[in-house]
Design a protein around this ligand. Structure first.
Ligand code: BES
Ligand code: MN
Ligand code: ZN
Length: 495
């Protein structure tokens, strides 16, 4: 999709579709009413028929007399003066979905100019573009019949004559970059496990680096990981024919050579059968999404490169396939992690933490400013938060607060769970330094407790995205979360 800024149009602007907001009680938004003056009140007449409720997200195509636009899409915006960020997102989503069902090839959106109670014009512009990209996303890579290309090719976002064009054009660029990052993450997530293997993730990351000068990718194979002592990570791929990979994507944006990087670590289990602690069959196909943390790292690195942020960022992906076989790790096996800590693998289905812990030790070498890991780690996070909210756990309250704030700003929600000392003893083992499970209760917390044993040397936060990374049911598919949160976090950092 192509995006551009446009000065608020008059009715003389020719477009396939003009998108305008309508408040409840038949009141036109400022942009709609200015437009309607040039149309001799035709839109007001239509609204007065009572067919337009003005309810948030209600849409109606109309064809006013004398308009240079082929069609006008009226979008309900709720009570005037009461529109907030959440409802804005909802109405933009509804508008784009309606528009995509039409035949329009281009559209002019006046919605970013709607007054929001809790956000500015830049935010509204970014969100509009991001939402457009997300609604326009289609997956057909593994269908023999490709979906027809969308007719909508370009979207213009209007701004008032006195608006700061430079600021808004940056906002537009941000929305497009986040949109691209999310699409990349969704594509990787949606690909089946027999296509998206650890090697596939590695070559995707390598390809990405060939597209952007600022990105460099390095891939470690099993032999190299063995040399580093990554016995925990390798214990997960032991039962699989697919070779595990540790993928390192470096972004250099800071002009200061020695500027320490911000590090993202993604869980990249390309299929999680549970291993010898085999999962039940129902819904197991969804374990192809167990690499969505990794996908969000790839998507975020792409967005960062698109934006040309002036910081250094390193994305690390710990990728393996978790399979049962004669060579697979068994419950009770004890492995030695790169940190030197020994781990009793009481459940081979708690494999995410086993690959992450070695990646988290590996990144110590970068002396990172912060490390955020992103993982579809526990079913308990799904039980707690459903598909709306990712779990956040961190011993660094300043970092946690920053992420909580950004999540509210971006509407890419996270909520914090405690990572208190009192939970640590649940991981006690009679035979090793630590067990890889903490029993049936507080699963999200004990998983984070496990990781915390490997993250003492830097500021760290953990995001459990098991509930938010993909949707089940009819809308089954990857969501591209938490790319918006991660991009915004990085955008706010300094070199
Ligand atoms: N990938 C799963 C977590 C998961 C389960 C995500 C369901 C989304 C939906 C993870 O590897 C796992 O199996 N976790 C176990 C841990 C348990 C054995 C301690 C879980 O949550 O059941
Ligand atoms: Mn598992
Ligand atoms: Zn898993």
């Amino acid at each position: 999709m192509k995006y551009a800024l446009l000065n608020t149009p008059s009715a003389s602007k020719t477009t396939d579709c003009l998108v305008i907001g309508v408040w409840t009680k038949g009141k036109l938004s400022a942009q709609a009413s200015a437009l309607d003056e040039t149309l001799g009140g035709d839109i007001a007449r239509i609204v007065n028929t009572g067919d337009v409720s003005g309810k948030v997200g209600d849409t109606l195509f109309v064809h006013p007399q004398g308009s240079a636009a082929k069609r006008v899409l009226l979008v309900g915006c709720g009570d005037e003066g009461a529109l907030d960020a959440r409802n804005y997102r909802k109405l933009v989503n509804a508008a784009v979905k309606a528009l995509l069902k039409s035949n329009a090839r281009d559209a002019v959106f006046t919605l970013a100019e709607l007054p929001l109670k809790d956000r500015d014009l830049s935010w509204a512009t970014t969100q509009l573009v991001q939402e457009c990209d997300n609604c326009a996303y289609q997956y057909d890579q593994t269908k023999s019949k490709k979906k027809p290309a969308l007719s909508l090719k370009s979207v213009a976002v209007t701004m008032a004559a006195n608006a700061n064009r430079k600021l808004l054009s940056e906002a537009l660029k941000l929305g497009a970059a986040v949109g691209k990052g999310m699409s990349t993450a969704r594509d990787l997530g949606n690909l089946p496990g027999n296509v998206c293997t650890p090697s596939y993730l590695a070559s995707t990351a390598t390809d990405l680096a060939s597209q952007y000068k600022s990105l460099h990718t390095k891939v470690l194979n099993e032999k190299q990981m063995e040399k580093l002592g990554m016995g925990s990570l390798l214990s997960v791929s032991a039962g699989s024919k697919e070779e595990a990979k540790l993928i390192v994507i470096e972004y250099k944006g800071s002009s200061k050579v020695s500027s320490k990087p911000y590090v993202l670590v993604g869980k990249g289990i390309t299929f999680d059968t549970g291993g010898i602690s085999l999962k039940p069959g129902a819904g197991m196909d969804e374990m192809k999404f167990d690499m969505c943390g990794a996908a969000s790292v790839v998507g975020t690195m792409k967005a960062v490169a698109e934006l040309g942020l002036k910081i250094n960022v390193i994305g690390v992906i710990a990728s393996a396939e978790n399979m049962p076989s004669g060579k697979a790790t068994k419950p009770g096996d004890i492995v030695t992690s790169m940190s030197g800590q020994t781990i009793e693998v009481l459940n081979t289905d708690a494999e995410g933490r086993l690959v992450l812990c070695d990646a988290l030790t590996y990144v110590e070498r970068f002396k990172p400013k912060s490390v955020i890991d992103i993982a579809t780690l526990t079913g308990a996070a799904v039980a707690t938060f459903g598909d709306q909210t990712s779990a956040l756990l961190s011993p660094d309250q300043a970092l946690a607060d920053e992420l909580l704030g950004i999540s509210q700003d971006t509407l890419d929600f996270v909520w914090q769970l405690p990572l208190w000392e009192e939970y640590q003893s649940l991981l006690d083992s009679n035979f090793a330094d630590i067990a890889n499970i903490g029993g049936p209760r507080a699963g999200t917390i004990t998983a984070a407790c496990f990781l915390s044993r490997f993250t003492k040397k830097y500021s760290w936060a953990h995001l459990d995205i098991a509930g938010t990374a993909w949707l089940s049911g009819a809308a089954k598919g990857a969501t591209g979360r938490p790319v918006p949160l991660l991009v915004e976090y990085l955008r706010r950092q300094k070199a």
